[in-house]
Design a protein around this ligand. Structure first.
Ligand SMILES: Cc1cc2nc3c(=O)[nH]c(=O)nc-3n(C[C@H](O)[C@H](O)[C@H](O)COP(=O)(O)OP(=O)(O)OC[C@H]3O[C@@H](n4cnc5c(N)ncnc54)[C@H](O)[C@@H]3O)c2cc1C
Length: 492
């Protein structure tokens, strides 16, 4: 059995793990990046099928200006391996109270223009000044005031503004539901306002040709170019702990030793499965067990005989879309409508090689619980409300379907993190960015075992999914480099 030694081992080549491994390799550490799948990218991996290429599910990047995909790619000098694109003309669709589906007018810039939005959402003239004031206050709020919102729910913040229902649905469902995948009355207001400021001032809607997985694949290539190693198709079964410090990992391809292990596998699988709760103080293990994940997306990939839309992506929503915790729980119990917001993406409308000539693939996502063990009936109940909204917005679509793939929380869990806590594993983001789990109350990137770090959406970052994971990758790389310098020991 191999017993090779490294300065650091990174478990998982998601956006957090691959960026962190690339940065550490560039800074001269001898790194092993080990990934259980045969492709990098985790929750934003790329897939290809029958001449179509795409991110595995709807993944909309934001903000555009100063996005961390480009920052990391440039830092690692692999910008040529991932082609980012900002398509014109998002295709968001508002379902009016009268049941009409109305597409947002095209604007010349990807940045949001309140006047255009107010017209589209039929905001009455008499409410526009207050609505504009709300937009301005939120967008220009200084950082210390935003910080003061920490611990307040976004529902409390937005409800206090008394904005019209359509604008409320726009802010909550079009923007926040998808960015955070948690009910608005649990969402941390500081986290939400920071991200809304970013998309309103720096744009939203950036993609990668060939799927977002290309960004993580480029980071893996950087690991190799800087002289370190990537081991794909290699699952870590156990993180070795000796005398309260990590010693390496045991994988299905051998045992590898390092004084530093950085886990992108999720904090709950890392603590409760890969290390084992017995190695932690009981209260820490219980704290980890109690952490609350984001919700999941469920949806389809529709492979179409002909193009049905020119929109690269969009959101279908109505005044009734916003999720509250109570409505979600009642929907789970079958006592309230499961209809929420629906996201869609059409890769060939921003990537000329996204589909074979004359064809189109449109994929969707709508809320469902993160439990990978939902019954077939429950899955069907969550999925069919999404189809209802989609076919309402695109009446020509159903007749153009040649085949469709269905993905669920189980698909996401199988492709990314193990389910080790009942009801969790298929979450879209990672830990929910809810009151009590953000800012200072987010888990530390350092575990209470020497040499063990977490990277990815569960620790070290903030903001929207993929950006959050990259921010964590950068911060963890800084922290681990410092730790390595202070605790350097000879490796062989
Ligand atoms: C359906 C869906 C839609 C989304 N939409 C958006 C969006 O619109 N915009 C956006 O920015 N974000 C979106 N996200 C969220 C975003 O993709 C994630 O938040 C982000 O990619 C998570 O990155 P990560 O590094 O934290 O972890 P992950 O992506 O979960 O990566 C973890 C990696 O670790 C590997 N791993 C786990 N356990 C082991 C083990 N034991 N051994 C070896 N390897 C292991 C996994 O295979 C995986 O590759 C979406 C996610 C999903 C699922």
């Amino acid at each position: 059995m191999s017993e090779e030694s490294y300065d650091a081992i990174v478990i998982g080549a998601g956006f957090g793990g691959s960026s962190c491994a690339g940065l550490l390799a560039k800074r001269g550490l001898k790194v092993l990046l080990t990934e259980k799948n045969n492709v990098a990218g985790g929750k934003a991996m790329s897939l290809a099928k029958n001449g179509f290429r795409y991110t595995a599910w709807v993944v909309i990047g934001a903000p555009v200006d100063g996005n961390l995909y480009q920052v990391v790619l440039d830092e690692l000098e692999v910008g040529d391996l991932a082609d980012l694109v900002v398509p014109e003309g998002a295709g968001s669709i508002y379902r009016t109270p009268a049941g009409k589906y109305v597409r947002m007018p095209k604007t010349s810039s990807e940045k949001l223009d309140p006047g255009v939005i107010f017209d589209w959402l039929e905001i009455p003239e008499e409410s526009r000044d207050a609505a504009l004031q709300f937009f301005a206050n939120m967008t220009l709020m200084p950082p210390d005031q935003v910080g003061g919102l920490r611990g307040t729910s976004f529902a409390d913040f937005v409800d206090a503004a008394g904005i019209p229902p359509a604008l409320h649905a726009f802010i909550v469902s079009l923007c926040c539901d998808g960015m955070f995948m948690v009910p608005v009355d649990t969402l941390d207001a500081a986290e939400a306002v920071t991200s809304l400021q970013a998309i309103f001032t720096r744009g939203g809607g950036i993609f990668c040709k060939g799927g977002y997985g290309r960004v993580a694949e480029a980071c893996c290539e950087a690991v190799r170019r800087y002289g370190s190693e990537v081991l794909m198709g290699s699952r870590v079964k156990r993180i070795l702990v000796e005398d309260g410090r990590v010693g390496g990992v045991e994988t299905d391809k051998g045992t590898f030793r390092a004084p530093i292990v950085i886990s992108n596998a999720g904090i709950q699988p890392t603590v409760l499965k890969l290390v084992g709760a017995e190695h932690f103080d009981k209260s820490y293990a219980n704290y980890v067990r109690d952490l609350v994940p984001s919700y999941a997306l469920i949806g389809h990939r529709y492979f179409l005989s002909r193009p049905v839309t020119d929109a690269p992506f969009g959101v279908i929503f109505s005044d009734g879309s916003p999720w509250t915790l109570d409505r979600f729980n009642r929907a789970c119990a079958g006592e309230a409508s499961r209809q929420g917001v629906l996201y869609y993406e059409v890769p060939s409308n921003y990537d000329p090689e996204g589909a074979p000539e004359g064809k189109q693939m449109l994929m969707t996502g709508s809320f469902c619980p993160p439990d990978p063990n939902l019954s077939a009936e429950e899955l069907q109940a969550w999925a069919c409300v999404g189809e209802e909204a989609l076919f309402g917005a695109f009446p020509d679509l159903e007749a153009a379907i040649e085949s469709k793939d269905f993905y669920t929380a189980r698909s996401v869990s199988n492709a990314t993190r193990d389910s080790v806590v009942p009801g969790a594993g298929g979450e879209t983001i990672g830990l929910g960015q809810i009151v009590g789990q953000c800012g200072d109350q987010k888990p530390s990137i350092r575990a209470p075992i020497c040499g063990l770090f977490y990277v990815g959406c569960d620790a070290g970052g903030s903001g929207i999914g993929t950006q959050q994971a990259l921010e964590s990758g950068m911060k963890v790389a800084d922290e681990v480099e410092r730790y390595h310098r202070l605790h350097r020991r000879a490796t062989s």
